[in-house]
Design a protein around this ligand. Sequence first.
Ligand code: SF4
Ligand code: SF4
Length: 122
Amino acid sequence: MANLKIGKMVLRSLFKRPATLMYPTVPREWKELTRGRIEIDIDSCIFCGICARKCPTDAIAVDRNAKSWSIARMGCVQCSCCVEACPKSCLLNKAGYTSPDTEKVVDTFVKPEAEPGSVVDS
Ligand code: SF4
Ligand code: SF4
């Protein structure tokens, strides 16, 4: 009796669609509210460091002199404290996670130098 039951299950499974996605070959569709990863509009950043001070996991590093902003992707817990604290609203939660890696991923963004004579809004 048990064998018949198992046989039926196996047969059904053979003709059913897979229950899981073939990730990453088939990309996942993210819901609009997914707190996937933090992105920055580096052009709007004033390097005040508030986001780094608010981050509970010390995932953010800001270098005012080098005009750089870094995030340790594996240290971020997507709490959004940095997004809410940024006075320039230049951080956002983007749907979609950082790709898996064997190394600890640190993404660094550097603000490009302004063209001589151009007006920089801060
Ligand atoms: S809080 Fe905003 S403006 Fe300040 S360093 Fe962070 S990202 Fe830049
Ligand atoms: S979302 Fe939270 S953990 Fe991630 S960088 Fe911002 S403050 Fe830090």
